[in-house]
Design a protein around this ligand. Structure first.
Ligand code: SF4
Length: 60
């Protein structure tokens, strides 16, 4: 399982970073990016995807 951000959909609200900062990080472009964390907690990642207001977090 991998997680990615649909940058066109991301509105930069910061919810994902607030929930799981080791996996999601806001960058200078005002969008969230996935860090290089490999052994991430998929339950927490899923929670972030659920809470993202624009469904920009894609689990695949
Ligand atoms: S929660 Fe969604 S919209 Fe908000 S910063 Fe994260 S990916 Fe972007």
């Amino acid at each position: 399982m991998a997680v990615r951000i649909d940058e066109d959909a991301c509105i930069g609200c910061g919810v994902c970073e607030g929930l799981y900062p080791d996996l999601f990080r806001m960058e200078d472009d005002g969008k969230a990016h996935v860090t290089g964390l490999t052994d991430y907690d998929s339950t927490l990642a899923h929670e972030a995807a659920e809470q993202c207001p624009t469904e920009a977090i894609i689990e695949e």
